[in-house]
Design a protein around this ligand. Structure first.
Ligand code: CP
Ligand code: NVA
Length: 316
């Protein structure tokens, strides 16, 4: 087994993957694998710790896995549902942060604006974790690559093709992938590309890691020979009034059996979920033998436990 290059994370918070080097991502994978293998060994790891969960949007996976993950390690989680009132509407984000840090040890927040999570983090001493924002979904992407390391071992030289909207999930997949030496191909209709600033940063990281980043509207070009085909919803939370318009624009971008045929014969299918069968993915692919979506959903638990344990300095 190769020795790890680091034993700690580089910053107080887990807001985006930009600040993390490949060695930090590998550390999280290593801890997640140990937590996964030995659930009963780590029941006291976060004994007495408290997690605040602030959600402005719906969630199944993120909410359950953070709550259960904290409970598994001996701590407590308290859920604050902000769907009807955005962060900062009743009192300032700064005051909220200053209150919460007196009661809890760590916060996970799912917000509309990335800026709101950053403001929360800037105003408290305790770690803040991004549970999805309009810009990124780092816990998701990290889990995706953890699952892929379980399937492939080394990810260097593997090609992950993301087909669909250049959204939050896509951004985080691009960032983590290019840091890990993956060839990341993003295939979107014109006008729905990822943020060009993210693409430019990823090009730099890819040069350093030996990976690559490609953005193209051509499905045939993108999918050919890929080892992973990934998709996400065409309209993210907050874009509900665009569902019909987007369905027409994204029609040729459905991941179906024909598209999977173009990929590597051993290719896997991934989706962050929730999925819409018959829209971004066909039922045949979603429920077919190449789909590893539920293995991945399980791994949200293990990876987020690792993130919390490392941020709270509980892992030696
Ligand atoms: N993939 C994901 O984050 O799922 P939830 O929206 O259910 O948390
Ligand atoms: N892009 C999706 C991800 C859901 C987990 C959204 O933001 O709604």
């Amino acid at each position: 087994m190769t020795a790890l290059a680091t034993t700690s994370l580089p910053c107080k918070d887990f807001l985006s993957l930009d600040e993390f080097e490949a060695e930090h991502l590998e550390l999280i994978f290593d801890v997640a694998a140990k937590l996964k293998a030995g659930r009963d060994e780590y029941t006291d790891l976060l004994r007495g710790k408290r997690l605040a969960m602030i959600f402005e949007k719906d969630s199944l996976r993120t909410r359950f896995t953070f709550d259960i993950g904290m409970t598994d390690m001996g701590g407590t989680a308290v859920f604050l549902d902000h769907r009807d009132a955005r962060l900062g509407s009743r009192e300032s984000v700064k005051d909220m942060a200053r209150n919460l840090e007196r009661w809890v040890d760590v916060i996970v927040a799912r917000t509309y604006k990335q800026r709101a999570i950053e403001e929360l983090a800037a105003n408290c001493e305790i770690p803040v974790i991004n549970g999805l924002s309009d810009h990124s979904h780092p816990c998701q992407a990290l889990t995706d690559y953890f699952t892929l390391t379980e399937k492939f071992g080394d990810l260097k030289g593997k090609t992950l093709c993301y087909v669909g909207d250049g959204n939050n999930t896509c951004h985080s997949l691009m960032v983590a992938g290019t840091k890990l030496g993956v060839n990341v191909v993003v295939c979107t209709p014109e006008g729905y590309e990822p943020d060009p600033e993210v693409t430019a940063q990823c090009a730099t990281w890819a040069r350093q890691s030996g990976g690559s980043i490609t953005v193209t509207p051509s499905v045939d070009e993108a999918v050919k020979g890929a080892h992973v085909i990934y998709t996400d919803v065409w309209a993210s939370m907050g874009q509900e009034d665009e569902i019909e318009e987007r369905a027409a624009i994204f029609n040729d971008y459905q991941v179906d059996e024909e598209m999977m045929e173009l990929a590597d014969p051993g290719a896997y299918f991934l989706h962050c979920l929730p999925a819409h069968r018959g829209a971004e993915v066909s039922a045949g692919v979603m429920d077919g033998p190449q789909s590893i979506v539920y293995d991945n959903a399980e791994n949200r638990l293990h990876v987020q436990k690792a993130i919390m344990a490392l941020l709270l300095g509980a892992w030696n």
